[in-house]
Design a protein around this ligand. Structure first.
Ligand SMILES: C[S@@+](CC[C@H](N)C(=O)[O-])C[C@H]1O[C@@H](n2cnc3c(N)ncnc32)[C@H](O)[C@@H]1O
Length: 306
């Protein structure tokens, strides 16, 4: 693997936190405030070129171009929650979880669910403090089954350490969102191998992610959205979607070759309510239009794979 400093990608966790504050996702507003998410947006905005794309206007209001990320990131988060529920699992390992507190919210709501959140050291430290603050403010619900660990998703031994807390005779579901688009083709492959290896240690399992993209989906966006992406690339030193699949067949082959059998869903079908639409003054058609682009894959280890 390259010697790339993956911490450079961590600022994007704040960008996501910023857009989630327009949703009803548990803790989203507090998180955005605590991590000063607006500052991260301003930092990334410095990289925007002169082509006219802006996250906010002169009144610090979100521009129409940027608003769409509210429902996109809310839908992505909620569709993942729904598939975790549908899986019936009592054990979840989340990779690159950033400042998302799905694990805290879900484990507080279900006494049986053990949830391990992982990310890089800088995020782990900041998130640990955030969870302490939030736990003191919201004394309802136990945090005993919620764990935050350090793990580079490309490092198998770190992932194995993070998974130590789980029972091997039970199912494990591994999830990630918003990570793959920052990885190279080799890193994407390494991640899939790591996930497959960890799942092989458990009686049953699944890998759920919305992160796959094809060239057609990735390239077919307005220039201003490309400008947002260039700004994120400039800040993180990562070419976004370098690993987008040539086509649907290449995506299917990747899943198969890494030992999985997949089912995909349209995220909007899994999410009955997208709160940020109304809060941002957007029409429901915005999400309907995005429907084919917003997918999520539920992958089970295939039995014939050695
Ligand atoms: C766009 S954020 C997504 C965060 C979170 N999943 C969410 O949706 O709110 C990308 C995250 O990937 C993490 N990350 C980047 N490279 C990583 C790696 N090699 N291993 C683990 N986490 C990584 C960053 O620290 C950051 O938190």
């Amino acid at each position: 693997m390259t010697e790339f400093d993956y911490n450079k990608i961590s600022i994007t966790a704040k960008l996501v936190a910023f857009f989630r504050k327009f949703s009803d996702i548990p803790f989203a507003k507090e998180v955005a405030e605590y991590v000063h998410a607006a500052d991260a947006v301003a930092e990334i905005a410095k990289q925007l070129d002169e082509s006219g794309a802006r996250f906010t206007d002169s009144n610090s209001e979100l521009t129409d171009d940027a608003k769409v990320y509210g429902p996109i990131l809310e839908t992505r988060y909620k569709s993942l929650v729904q598939l975790i529920h549908n899986s019936g699992t009592t054990q979840v390992l989340e990779l690159a979880s950033g400042f998302s507190l799905r694990g805290l919210a879900m484990s507080q709501n279900s006494a049986d669910l053990v949830y391990v959140d992982t990310d890089l050291p800088g995020i782990r430290e900041e998130k640990g403090k955030l969870v302490e603050v939030l736990s003191a403010q919201h004394s309802s619900g136990s945090t005993a089954n919620y764990h935050i660990a350090i793990a580079n998703a490309l490092d198998l031994s770190q992932l194995k350490n993070a998974a130590e807390v789980f029972r091997k005779d039970r199912k494990l579901v591994i999830v990630n969102e918003g990570l793959l688009m920052y990885l190279s083709v080799d890193e994407r492959s390494q991640l899939a191998k790591n996930v497959r290896e960890i799942l092989s240690m458990f009686s049953n399992g699944a890998w759920i992610t919305p992160d796959f993209s094809t060239r057609e989906v990735f390239e077919n966006v307005p220039e201003r959205i490309k400008n947002f992406r260039r700004a994120i690339s400039g800040t993180t030193d990562r070419a976004l979607y370098e690993n987008a699949f040539e086509n649907e067949e290449a995506l299917e082959a990747f899943i198969r070759d890494h030992g999985f059998a997949a089912e995909h869903h349209y995220q909007v079908d899994l999410v009955p309510q997208i709160t940020s639409l109304k809060r941002l003054g957007l029409h429901a058609q915005v999400v309907e239009r995005l429907r084919p682009r917003l997918r999520i894959w539920d992958m089970k280890p295939s039995t014939c794979f050695q």
